[in-house]
Design a binder for this molecule. Structure first.
Ligand SMILES: *Cc1c(COP(=O)(O)O)cnc(C)c1O
Length: 384
């Protein structure tokens, strides 16, 4: 039986994996080496130099391909370096249509790095498919989607965007960091490239910075591999090992993230001092139906706005939290709280971020896998 036929919860553990050839090690050893002995020039056992390939990284890449239902995985030094490789498929003069409510670092990479090399980016609210189509012209090459969006938790209909991309012969790349493949598998919905900040749910333990790409198509995989090797932002062997270990418990962690997320979202929704809660699991969430049809759950990422609150008051709340740690990032076993306007989204101009709803008083939670009662009690004492 090929590991391709396994169900998701088995793929996280066995997908693309086989015991190590040398001694049968069940976990791939950390091949902490830069180079490999050759018997004669070119006479090697599949690896020549660790930028080009490393057995521990190869094991991770194969696991990534398996859990995203792709054929090829590529592991990078960070999520942003994985994105960087995707944009390097393009040429000066090319255009990209991107989600407007975007991870701050992704926006910075597009605007402050790639625009100066002559690539143009359009940012649109992709809940409205017509808004995407409006920005497509004969220079457009790529649609970049992040869903659920960060931090507003909008959900974008991947099947609809994929149909649009195919009609215009465009590549569709999806940042699947927030959902993780446990909740959503974009390649199955028609995407060409899936990207992850594996720093988040895939690694799951806040101990690595790693990025990933997964594709189905061999030619696209070859082009991305060429860029990965030529630009060199590869995932190291130790980080590959840790990410692989994280993936093995992805399904059990995600199950608890979803349960705790639902408990915390409902608590906040019923709180008299809370103005608005953004979580795609609510039936009155504007994209709830899309979320229900393309995701297998709603996750533990929640944003909220305290009533009548200001920049300063939002900061006071996040400072009072004790079980939630005030920190950048998300997707680890521990609950984190963040203030997007001053943290993750500070690199987006105020006017631009407020257009997509990232107001000064917005607080974002990454609900971890602790006991939900403790998380709610912590929020209770902080919100007061
Ligand atoms: C964190 C994150 C990134 C960037 O990934 P790094 O691993 O920090 O480079 C990109 N997209 C999303 C949605 C993220 O949360």
């Amino acid at each position: 039986m090929s590991t391709k036929d396994l169900k998701f919860n088995s793929k996280t553990i066995h997908g693309g994996q086989a015991p190590d050839k040398a001694y049968g090690a069940v976990m791939p050893p950390i091949y902490q080496t830069s180079t490999y002995a050759q018997s004669t020039p070119g006479g090697h056992q599949g690896f020549e130099y660790s930028r080009s390939g490393n057995p521990t990284r190869a094991a991770l890449e194969s696991a990534l391909a398996s859990i995203e239902n792709g054929n090829y995985g590529l592991a990078f030094a960070s999520g942003l370096s994985a994105m960087d490789a995707v944009i390097k498929l393009l040429n000066p003069g090319d255009e990209v249509v991107s989600t407007n409510d975007l991870y701050g670092g992704s926006y910075r990479l597009f605007k402050q790095i790639f625009e100066k090399y002559g690539i143009a980016f359009h940012f649109v609210g992709m809940e409205n498919i017509a808004a995407i189509e409006e920005k497509i012209n004969d220079k457009t090459k790529l649609i970049w989607v992040e869903t659920p969006t960060n931090p507003m938790m909008n959900v974008i209909d991947l099947k609809a965007v994929s149909a649009l991309a195919k009609a215009h012969n465009l590549l569709l790349a999806v940042d699947n960091t927030f959902a993780s493949p446990y909740l959503q598998r974009p390649l199955d919905l028609g995407a060409d490239i899936v990207m992850h900040s594996a720093t988040k749910f895939l690694g799951g333990h806040s101990d690595v910075v790693v990025g990933a790409l997964v594709v189905k198509d061999k030619e696209l995989a070859d082009q991305l591999y060429f860029i990965q090797n030529a630009s060199g932002a590869v995932c190291g062997p130790m980080d590959s090992f840790l990410t692989l270990r994280g993936i093995k418990t992805l399904h059990v962690r995600m199950q608890r993230h979803c349960e705790n997320g639902e408990a915390v979202a409902n608590y906040l929704k019923n709180h008299p001092k809370i103005e608005k809660v953004y979580w795609p699991g609510f039936e009155d969430h504007p994209n709830h139906d899309v979320a229900k049809s393309q995701m297998d759950g709603f996750g533990g990422m929640i944003s909220f706005i305290p009533k009548g609150s200001s920049f300063e008051e939002a900061i006071k709340i996040v400072e009072k939290l004790k079980v939630f740690t005030l920190a950048e990032s998300l997707g680890g076993v521990e609950s984190l709280a963040g203030h997007p306007a001053s943290m993750t989204h500070a690199s987006i101009p105020k006017a631009e971020r407020e257009k997509s709803g990232v107001v000064d008083s917005l607080i974002r939670l990454s609900v971890g896998i602790e006991d939900a009662d403790d998380l709610i009690a912590d929020l209770e004492q902080a919100i007061g």
